[in-house]
Write a protein that binds this ligand. Structure first.
Ligand code: GLP
Length: 258
């Protein structure tokens, strides 16, 4: 796990560098997309780079998660958020952008089909992640199995309250979601998690420096062979080894990249 502490916009640039590098090496790369506020600087940066010629025409993308029960086209459905914040701003083919189907009549079949689609695409090359204040990634709430695959989950009230800012009221936030499992996320070849702000400091310290435990789902990333964690100073403020992470990054050989 590599921990990098820097400003929020800089984190967006660094993650975009990794995605640009991937696309130049592998134009048909498979990207894993997160919603929420954390990845927005990455999407802004990628949209700007697309204006300058970065090509997404052969890439494909899979969303991490989705609310259950929002009507198609609802502005807060993650399919719509992903389209609005990122994929409509670059030249990725709309048919290459996938998300779990939260309006499916047969939810278990839709989840199994999503896993099959990821496998058929060759697996996810680079997965962007945020982290919830309770340590969730995707919508894998505390207690999620470390080997879980895409499935339905119930949201903890803390997560519903955190996400109510995107809706008219708390009552409008769905109770159920579909999410890639922790096992699905762990199969991505590279994961980049972004976290900013003091409200994330406890979760960040728990998953980076605490024990690997299902009560803090993001802690499973300690077992990932290529996990990059990009933090601002506020999100990093509870880390015991912050000076070590800074020193390591400042002295990292330039050829290494992320
Ligand atoms: C939601 C999403 C997660 C996201 C998390 C943090 O619950 N399902 O994928 O990482 O919120 O969101 P934010 O980046 O807005 O803090």
């Amino acid at each position: 796990m590599e921990v990098v502490i820097l400003g929020g916009r800089q984190a967006g640039k660094l993650a975009a560098d990794a995605i640009e590098h991937l696309l130049r090496r592998k134009p048909d790369a498979v990207l894993g997309l997160a919603t929420g506020s954390s990845p927005l600087p990455v999407y802004d940066e990628l949209a700007a780079r697309h204006e300058r010629g970065l090509d997404f025409s052969r890439a494909s993308a899979f969303a991490l998660d989705e609310y259950v029960g929002l009507p198609a086209g609802h502005p807060e459905s993650y399919r719509e958020v992903v389209r609005r914040e990122f994929t409509s701003r670059v030249n990725i083919a709309p048919g290459n952008v996938h998300g779990p189907d939260g309006s499916a009549a047969d939810i278990p079949a839709a989840c199994a089909a999503y896993e099959e689609a990821i496998a058929a695409a060759g697996g996810i090359d680079l997965q962007l992640l945020g982290v919830g204040t309770d340590g969730h990634i995707g919508f894998n709430e505390p207690g999620s199995s470390f080997t879980s695959r895409t499935r339905i989950k119930s949201l903890i009230e803390q997560t519903r309250r955190d996400n109510a800012r995107f809706f008219g009221s708390l009552a409008e936030v769905p109770h159920h979601v579909l999410t890639q499992g922790l096992g699905t996320i762990m199969a991505a070849r590279h994961v980049i998690l972004l976290a900013t702000g003091a409200q994330k400091a406890q979760a960040v310290s728990d998953f980076i420096e605490g024990p690997v435990a299902a009560v803090c789902p993001a802690s499973i990333l300690q077992f990932h062979p290529h996990a990059t964690i990009l933090l601002d100073e506020a999100a990093a403020s509870a880390l015991k080894l912050a000076d070590f992470y800074r020193h390591t990054y400042d002295n990292k050989p330039a050829w290494q990249g992320l």
